[in-house]
Ligand binder design. Structure first.
Ligand SMILES: CC(C)(COP(=O)(O)OP(=O)(O)OC[C@H]1O[C@@H](n2cnc3c(N)ncnc32)[C@H](O)[C@@H]1OP(=O)(O)O)[C@@H](O)C(=O)NCCC(=O)NCCS
Length: 372
């Protein structure tokens, strides 16, 4: 039998052309062989989603068609809307997202995942996130705006005001950067569900569940919370030394695959200086001290800054409350999840790894039942 690998580290569990994380060289490559740093300055989230689904960037006509299709799919169906409105307004936004996506996916019978469903599911995320946030503030959800791009519509759905182009661009850049990332935990979860022949909404619900944890999607919230506790650049050294002494992990640092600075963090760091100048100062000093402590503790293990650290600063600058950070991650990654599911259909084989038995051998434990 093959050796046990905790966390499946080093195990190759899929072949994919959707994206590649080159951890040794700090590169993230999207479908078609594009480096993210080449895409970010020129491509919008809709173009990148198209790329992940089709393998090519769209021409003008194809992009217009995608925009139209997404705009036309921004409204919840009655079942999902009823579910949303029945939920306690203070419910964790990730729980709202998981539940309402599930309600949006109810069907009379099992269906094979399609590209049209992938587009429709991706289009619905800002509607759910915006409505969840407004209800949390005691406000009514607003109707989606068909004339706005994906990122701008998201801000509109939250605020009920048309956002300025700069804030929409920061959110759009974040969405482009997080759209896919190899076989991360939530994408793996989506592929596991798909491998059983299940439907697309179920794959996405499974992925949302996996993304929620602090070791994955929840890290951006944790990074902002850490910066809130640190409070100012002057406090960083003492706070981090104390946290390290308590064996706490620094949120936004370390990565299973990257052995260098996360290339997404590099792009967001540059943007953070303009997006949130005050928070940037605290964050820059925090990063400097954290990297020094991490290096001294484990010189053999290059724990560097990951995307969540600088994403927390940029999203804050764009006016996104930290309670919504994980839902923004999901709003981006849904295009990647669905692209992986669609890709996996070409060669569907149930994902069913083995486990190593560490229990007693049969016959060792007496079979004792409660008296009846
Ligand atoms: C991302 C993460 C889960 C990677 O986990 P992993 O590959 O399993 O890494 P390991 O748990 O093997 O870490 C190895 C060692 O590096 C150190 N380390 C890793 N990340 C650290 C961090 N953020 N802060 C402090 N120490 C850290 C630890 O000392 C750990 O040794 P330990 O067993 O003494 O705790 C981990 O780095 C982490 O918890 N980071 C903080 C959360 C985060 O930012 N997640 C988002 C990832 S995109």
């Amino acid at each position: 039998m093959a050796e046990f690998s905790p966390g499946l580290e080093g195990v190759v569990a899929a072949e994919t052309a959707v994206s590649e994380v080159d951890g040794a060289n700090g590169r993230l490559i999207y479908r078609g062989g594009y480096l993210i740093e080449d895409l970010v300055p020129v491509a919008t989230y809709e173009e990148v989603a198209y790329l992940l689904w089709h393998g090519d960037l769209p021409n003008e006509k194809e992009l217009e068609a995608l925009r139209k299709q997404m705009a036309g799919a921004r409204r919840l169906n009655p079942s999902a809307r009823g579910t949303l409105m029945a939920m306690d307004a203070q419910t964790d936004p990730m729980d709202v997202l998981r539940t309402v996506v599930s309600a949006q996916g109810v069907a009379k019978s099992l269906t094979k995942p399609t590209l049209d469903e992938a587009i429709a599911l991706t289009a619905i995320f800002p509607t759910i996130v915006g409505a969840a946030w407004r209800r949390r503030q005691g406000k009514e959800p607003v109707e989606p705006r068909d004339d706005l791009g994906h990122a701008a519509n998201l801000l509109w759905m939250m605020e009920g005001k048309e956002p300025d182009t700069e804030r929409a661009r920061w959110v759009d850049t974040y969405l482009v950067l997080l759209a896919d990332h190899g076989l991360n935990a939530s994408t793996f979860a989506a592929r596991v569900v798909a491998s059983t022949g299940s439907d697309l909404a179920s794959c996405v619900v499974g992925a949302i569940a996996a993304l929620k944890g602090p070791a994955h999607g929840g890290a951006t919230f944790a990074a902002r919370s850490m910066l809130d506790k640190i409070g100012s650049a002057q406090n960083a050294e003492q706070w981090l030394a104390d946290a390290h002494a308590r064996h706490e992990r620094f949120s936004g640092f370390g990565h299973r695959v990257y052995r260098t600075y996360d290339p997404r963090a590099k792009i967001l760091r540059e943007m953070a200086e303009t997006a949130a100048p005050d928070l940037y100062k605290t964050a820059a000093r925090t990063e400097e001290v954290a990297l020094k402590i991490l290096h001294e503790a484990h010189p053999e293990r290059p724990n560097a800054t990951n995307v969540d650290f600088w994403a927390s600063v940029v999203l804050s600058g764009a006016g996104i409350p930290k309670e919504l950070f994980t839902t923004l991650f999901a709003t981006s990654r849904v295009s990647g999840w669905t692209a992986h599911v669609l890709e996996s259909l070409a060669d569907l084989r149930i994902i069913r790894p083995a486990s190593r038995w560490i229990g007693p051998q049969p016959g060792k434990k007496p079979l004792q039942l409660a008296k009846r």
